[in-house]
Write a protein that binds this ligand. Structure first.
Ligand code: ACO
Length: 325
């Protein structure tokens, strides 16, 4: 058995509203609201970086679990916006939190599905050895995207979420996880410049290519709805439950219309679907743990509840997890 001992989350203080974006790019509150459901998002302060956000969420999760840094046995960080290129954000976390010289690693590049993939990895690590694993999802997207591209910039926000997992005890059991990948759809959501195929050059930097997120919005929309709903149903079937047994669905918060379409496909009422995309936008790999923390801390999840998580992300990856509180 794998359990969650504690939940944590953090969003920076600075609020960036749709009206604020309308002063930067050619957009309107009406366009953003009707297409995405996003009203505002949080942006990190100039003196904050990814590690600061991750640390805040981790401290909340560790406190919720009643554990100090010396009691954590492994750290996994899911992020597409790491603190530095090398080394991984997780190794910097180990030092920042004052943990022992435990193994740490990032799960990077798998976009918004990364955190559910990370808890799946943690589950297998815990099955092998009785470890306490800190699993963080964090993004500081506002600093790495193009502030000139209205088609992507307005979608994102900064934030972090975390859990501490262990073999037993705790607040919820991680019943099961299913994830999948279709790498043939890598090109519908990709940032190409900076790797070995397209290394940074003076020309690419001048053109802003390192911040150019290529996104086929409608293809992402279609795949997201299809994959998030089908993987959730597949997992429910595998654990012998139906949609009527689900007390709360915490989906990846990319877009309210995607969430509504997933809810419709699953046949779940709106009041059993968690939403915070209106306040935080798409915080990438952080949306699911952040939502989970908010829902739990805010009393939307009670003992006995079955909570389903589902996400999709660049890759194209998808994943679902079942938590029994
Ligand atoms: N403000 C105003 N107009 C805009 C903006 C904006 N911010 N962005 C694009 N437009 C314009 C376009 O230029 C286009 O104008 P044109 O018709 O003159 O060419 C028009 O609005 C319509 O553009 P579409 O791309 O067709 O708009 P669509 O209805 O598809 O909505 C959106 C775009 C919101 C991106 C939608 O496709 C979507 O939600 N896709 C999913 C994307 C997503 O969630 N990505 C997450 C990324 S990461 C992750 O979570 C895995």
């Amino acid at each position: 058995m794998t359990s969650v001992l504690g939940f944590g989350g953090y969003v920076p203080e600075r609020v960036m509203t749709n009206a604020d974006w309308a002063e930067v790019v050619d957009t309107t509150d009406e366009w953003i609201t009707t297409r995405t459901g996003i009203k505002e998002r949080r942006f990190a302060a100039d003196d904050q970086s990814t590690l600061d956000l991750a640390e805040e969420a981790a401290l909340v999760a560790m406190k919720d679990a009643g554990l100090g840094p010396d009691e954590i046995d492994e750290i996994i960080v899911a992020t597409d916006t790491p603190e530095v290129y090398t080394p991984d954000t997780a190794s910097l976390m180990q030092d920042r939190l004052g943990c022992r010289n435990i193994p740490t690693y990032d799960l990077g590049g798998s976009g918004c599905a990364g955190w559910i993939q990370a808890i799946d990895v943690a589950r297998s690590r815990i099955a092998f050895e009785p470890k306490r694993v800190l699993v963080v999802g964090v993004e500081l997207i506002s600093r790495l995207i193009s502030w000139e591209d209205r088609t992507t910039a307005v979608l994102f926000g900064d934030g972090a979420g975390a859990v501490v997992m262990a073999r037993e005890g705790g607040k919820a059991e991680l019943v099961d996880v299913i994830s999948g990948t279709d790498g043939s759809k890598a090109d519908i959501l990709t940032l190409q410049t900076g790797g070995t195929r397209h290394p940074f050059t003076v020309e690419s930097a001048a053109a802003g290519d390192h911040q150019r997120l290529d996104m086929d919005g409608q293809a992402v929309f279609r795949e997201a709805v299809r994959r998030m709903s089908s993987v959730t149903l597949e997992l429910l079937e595998r654990i012998g439950k139906g949609i009527e047994d689900v007390d709360l669905l915490v989906p990846h918060q990319a877009n309210k219309r995607i969430i509504d379409a997933v809810g419709h496909k699953l046949g779940i009422d709106e009041d059993r679907v968690f939403i915070n995309v209106d306040r935080y936008g798409n915080t990438g790999s952080a949306t699911v743990p952040l939502g989970l923390w908010e829902a739990h801390a805010g009393g939307q999840i009670r003992d006995g509840d079955l909570v389903m998580l589902t996400a999709f992300g660049a890759g194209f990856h998808w994943a679902s997890a079942a938590l029994q509180f």
